[in-house]
Design a protein around this ligand. Sequence first.
Ligand code: C2E
Ligand code: CA
Ligand code: CA
Length: 402
Amino acid sequence: MAERADERVVGAARMLIVDDERPFGDFVKRIACRLGYETIVTTEAQAFKNAYVQARPSLVVLDLLMPDQDGIDLLRWLASQKCTGRILISSGVGDRVIEAARRVGLERGLDIAGTIVKPVRGSELRKILAGLLPRHPQSLGKTDLERALDQRELFVVYQPKVHLATGRLQGVEALVRWRHPTLGDLAPDRFLSLAEASGLIDALFHFVLNEALRQQYAWAISGIDVQMAINLSPLNMYDEGLADEIAARCREFGVATRRVTIEVTESAAMSDSLQALDILTRLRLKGFEVAIDDFGTGFSSLTRLRRLPVTELKVDRSFVRECLDAKDALGIVKTVLELARNLELVPVAEGLETPEQYRKLVELGCDFGQGYVISYPLLAESLSAWEAQWRMPDVYGEAASP
Ligand code: C2E
Ligand code: CA
Ligand code: CA
């Protein structure tokens, strides 16, 4: 049977349970949900059939013994529906009966994935269900991402950025994540190019923008005043009204535009397009800060850099990571910091992973930094707890320690 593309991906781990004992169905559901299955529980045959037709689950958990229709009948019905999903037969009637049912199913061309002999322990069930999750990385498509935007599977984490010499929290960078129902949490490298290729990058940007501004306002109310950095894809820059839109959202959320930094990658900012210059200029005119991200990885003309209305330079993490081990990386870090100073741009080091790197960047006079040694990207509610316990590395040597 031909699969519809969206069914193949979206329905990949949708589960339908039919069992006349509701508590058992709920028990299976609880475990399945934790594994990332989308789960529907039914307790009688007709409801099961209706749900099946609508949901086209990839996994059916079928009770053999039910008052209104037995499992063998349901297997026959599933075969008539050309069911391609996998089927787990569950029952408390004994191994022999289950085995017979299994054979009936197989003979009808159904994919009988296994059996559950009741009563079953949670740990055992978890093992069975986990083994039936799609093993290969699924290809994600436009429908998935649309659903993710629609059903709020996307969320935003925030990575603190600190003033290196004092350790003071200066701001956060909003980073998007996707809580995929079966694949777990996905980092942006799994879906940004999909968003760009499928025309959803503007929707994604607006999602992040709204989340971030709402959060920034909430923090401000609770006394945490942070600069908010938001990433822009080069493709977002084709939206003529972008600067106006972002400003309008800021007004709506009660956030001052100067408290928002828009980050564009070096290659996007430096591309010789008028469009980029136009957008960045408008953003600056409205009071936004503008950062050049991943600096050092593109090919900048210094002339263009000088003309660009930007305020911050973020040294790419690949150089920061190597700066203690590789002379050329250190050279690049020094050069970028020097360039930032000369052009009066705020220098930021990203990807600081060790106290040694942190110390080195302080020594080199870099003002701000981000990285795992400071904090991983955090859920919004964890920021204040992080701030309360955060201790910067001892950058001034033993003399400064208590
Ligand atoms: P980026 O803007 O350079 O963001 C920093 C990335 O480095 C983040 O990865 C962050 O988790 C990671 N990182 C932070 N500290 C360290 C560290 O100490 N070591 C290492 N190895 N990595 C560190 P993430 O969140 O996976 O994002 C990857 C990229 O995806 C971002 O790079 C950014 O270009 C893009 N991105 C993230 N969120 C968005 C978004 O909402 N919109 C757009 N257009 N792009 C986004
Ligand atoms: Ca960034
Ligand atoms: Ca970066």
